[in-house]
Design a protein around this ligand. Structure first.
Ligand code: GLA
Length: 730
């Protein structure tokens, strides 16, 4: 049992293999947070909390004359509202009588084996050999009967705790949630914490930023209706001294694909608080009597072994507990060539066949027909929503085209952008009220397209039906599911005025239903997500998509940064990465080595490559397959940080049994007659000998030597050279 409840002390100790999380039903039945960190016993850690009279921080009425009990200074599992805690809060509710207050005290708890599930929202599942236990603890406001149930599922071996909150309206009138976070996390001492986030922009997603936690509210958020290019729903709180290999790290990954919010602050006593959940901006949600509201789940982990260990925990978990598709592990994913950067909108069936023929020579195993195959779509101004084949372009019809590609021994994939509509489309002409547009105003256009009101049931049903019809009409092996704009004009013609604050969240719930209706009903199709690149690359999406297109930016050197940042949370097996013709000064071999840090593929017109170039690609495709298992399922280490002034960027994957490793080194800037550069390996077996090859020299050395002294990188070589070193234990 991963959860131990001590009846007399009223402590709950949640144990994973290497961590303990503890809370307690404390003074006046408030639920106190006591600890999250390395494993301890089940002893009651309440001694950590010293109570003093805190000036200007009030005391709950029933603490009587006891002036030292103030919620403003107490570490808590979830916050109250208007009870004297002035820090960032987890809940803001307007009660049926118009008041804004919530005074949540312990009501009940229950345990059960296995993880919790949420209404309409994705959660992680347990593998057969996982030990997972759940505790649900309910706090209640005695006056309004509003309850919040705090859900904790402990994935023991995986070192992950999944949390979420469920609001239940036990009162007699409707309440309006103005803010409801998925969790609250308090730290008794936050002075030494830094906050790591993954900000970015279109074409430059998931860069890395680290800043000290200070005495103001740090907000990491998306208000774009998608989890966004600009921020990822992940943050880590780490100690100032934490490095890749050492130090405390707390990771928090929110399973939500819409507008989200993370807020962290250092309070007046240098305690820290963090909350994360649905963005409260332009949000309110009515919960009627007897109804529930579920928040998205968050995946938390702790380690004192540095950033690499935190990433490994997430990588392992994402590879085994998010997505049941057989393409995650059991079926090897084919090398694809996507036609977007090859032809944009300018293609027909013959052109696709030509590309496929040439691509076969490069080791390509699947052709993906990107945007432009449907309605009357010849540029990005029309036809979104009209999910039927444009027979002026695909003259032989889809079934026949796929057959011809299959006859070449290749698989076939197709692109959709389900959530959008063009004004110039049959769908818009038939259902102008299906878009999000505020009455009396014109909706914002972006890429000249509008957003469907995906929260609406008839829109969902249309998408499920029209897309499934195409998927069932031919032998389709793969789908790229795109979204190419942010969401604005929050309004649904299907909802009354007082429910318009629900539109953004209902959109996300609707999208998840559409994805269930299409993806879950096609287990033999491999689905990749995309949002103008990686604009909605988040843990929730990975419960449907086995991989996600990382970025529309295929410049290899930019991708070094993008992969580095993404790897904090996302495993190699989830990151779409292609070789393209961008950056002609970078050799094809180097481009391929960089794309091997993700789900390798091509994004170019194979017919335009020279024979010699196709041969290089073939060699690189073969290498990708040779190291597929190592690359996809090994432990990934960041060896050199591309955000620093470095001459080399390097990363490594080590097999779980440490018998094999792959170290990739890319030279980014080298000076004439410069110093000898070394790259130090990580994660090897110290006392084993490894045979290493990759730069023309063969070397045998112990893991110890390779980790502490390193590999000498050849000098006097051109910039943008890549070395792929293979290490094999003897
Ligand atoms: C987005 C995607 C691209 C491509 C285009 C098609 O930008 O990220 O890969 O599919 O849309 O319009």
């Amino acid at each position: 049992m991963a959860i131990v409840y001590n009846e007399s002390k009223k402590t709950f100790s949640l144990h994973t293999a290497r961590t303990t999380y503890q809370f307690k039903i404390g003074n006046l039945n408030y639920v106190k947070h006591l600890y999250y960190g390395a494993t301890i016993h089940d002893e009651d850690l309440v001694y950590l909390i010293r109570q003093y009279d805190r000036g200007f921080s009030g005391n709950p009425y029933d603490s009587l004359q006891e002036r030292s009990f103030s919620l403003d200074a107490q570490p808590q599992e979830f916050t109250t509202q208007q009870q004297g805690d002035f820090r960032i809060n987890s809940i803001e509710v307007q009660n049926a009588d118009g008041s804004f207050s919530f005074n949540g005290r312990y009501l009940s708890h229950r345990f059960y084996p296995g993880p919790f599930t949420l209404n309409g929202l994705p959660t992680a599942f347990a593998q057969d050999d996982d030990t997972v236990d759940t505790v649900e603890l309910t706090i209640e406001d005695a006056v309004t009967k509003v309850q919040v149930t705090l859900l904790y599922s402990v994935f023991e071996e995986k070192d992950i705790i999944m949390r979420a909150a469920r609001v239940h309206n036990g009162g007699e009138g409707p309440i309006s949630l103005k803010r409801i976070m998925s969790f609250n996390m308090d730290y008794l001492n936050g002075r030494d914490l830094d906050l790591i986030s993954l900000p970015g922009r279109y074409g430059q997603e998931r860069q890395v930023e680290r800043q000290p936690l200070t005495h103001h509210v740090h907000k990491i958020r998306s208000g774009r209706g998608i989890s966004s290019h600009q921020q990822n729903p992940f943050i880590a709180l780490v100690e100032k001294t934490t490095t890749e290999d050492y130090g405390a790290c707390y990771g928090f990954a929110l399973m939500y694909s819409g507008s989200f919010l993370a807020e962290a602050e250092l309070d007046q006593y240098d305690q820290a608080r963090l909350v994360m959940g649905i963005n409260d901006r332009l949000f309110s949600y009515e919960v009627g009597p007897g109804e529930d509201f579920d928040t998205p789940a968050v995946l938390m982990t702790y380690t004192h072994k540095g950033l690499a260990r935190m990433s490994h925990t997430y990588h392992n978990f994402f590879r085994s507990n998010l997505n049941r598709s057989r393409f995650v592990k059991d079926i090897r994913r084919p090398i694809l060539l996507n036609t977007w950067e090859a032809a944009f909108f300018d293609f027909d069936d013959e052109k696709l066949i030509e590309i496929a023929r040439a691509a076969k020579d490069m080791g390509v195993e699947m052709i993906v027909m990107d945007d432009g195959w449907f309605g009357k779509r010849n540029d990005d101004n029309s036809s979104l929503g009209d999910w039927y084949v444009n027979e002026e372009k695909i003259k032989c019809g889809l079934t026949q085209l796929v057959r011809q590609i299959n006859d070449l021994g290749m698989k076939f994939g197709i692109w959709f952008e389900p959530e959008m509509v063009s004004e110039d489309s049959d769908l818009f002409r038939a259902h102008p009220d299906w878009i999000m547009e505020i009455p009396g105003r014109h909706a914002v256009r972006s890429r000249n397209q509008l957003v469907l009101d995906v929260g609406r049931k008839e829109v969902q049903d249309y998408l499920i039906k029209s897309i499934n019809r195409i998927l069932d009409s031919a032998n389709i092996y793969y789908v790229k599911w795109d979204i190419n704009r942010a969401i604005t004009d929050l309004w649904s013609n299907a909802l009354p005025a007082e429910k318009q604050g629900e539109v953004s969240h209902r959109y996300v719930l609707g999208l998840y239903r559409v994805m269930d209706g299409i993806i879950k009903t096609h287990p033999d199709i491999m689905f990749e997500g995309c949002a103008g690149g990686g604009g909605r690359f988040d843990p929730a999406m990975l419960t449907w998509f086995v991989q996600y297109w990382s970025s529309d930016n295929t410049k290899p050197l930019d991708n070094l940064k993008l992969h580095y940042g993404s790897s904090f949370l996302y495993p190699v097996s989830t990151m779409g990465a292609h070789v393209s013709v961008a950056s002609p000064m970078v050799p094809l071999e180097t481009k391929a080595a960089i794309a091997m840090c993700g789900t390798f593929g091509y994004e170019l017109d194979a017919t335009r490559l020279k024979k010699k170039e196709r041969t290089i690609c073939k060699k690189m495709s073969a290498l990708y397959h040779k190291y597929y298992d190592l690359n996809f399922f090994g432990d990934y280490y960041r060896l050199a940080n591309p955000f620093e002034q470095v001459n080399l960027v390097a990363w490594e994957t080590v097999s779980k049994d440490k018998s094999e490793a792959l170290v990739t080194v890319v030279t980014v800037q080298l000076t004439v007659n410069g110093p000898q550069e070394y790259i130090k390996c990580k994660g090897l077996e110290p006392n084993r000998y490894y045979r290493l090859e990759g730069d023309g020299n063969v070397l045998t050395a112990t893991g110890m030597a390779l980790m502490h002294a390193g590999i000498p990188i050849p000098r006097e070589i051109p910039e943008f050279t890549a070395f792929i070193y293979h290490l094999k234990a003897l």
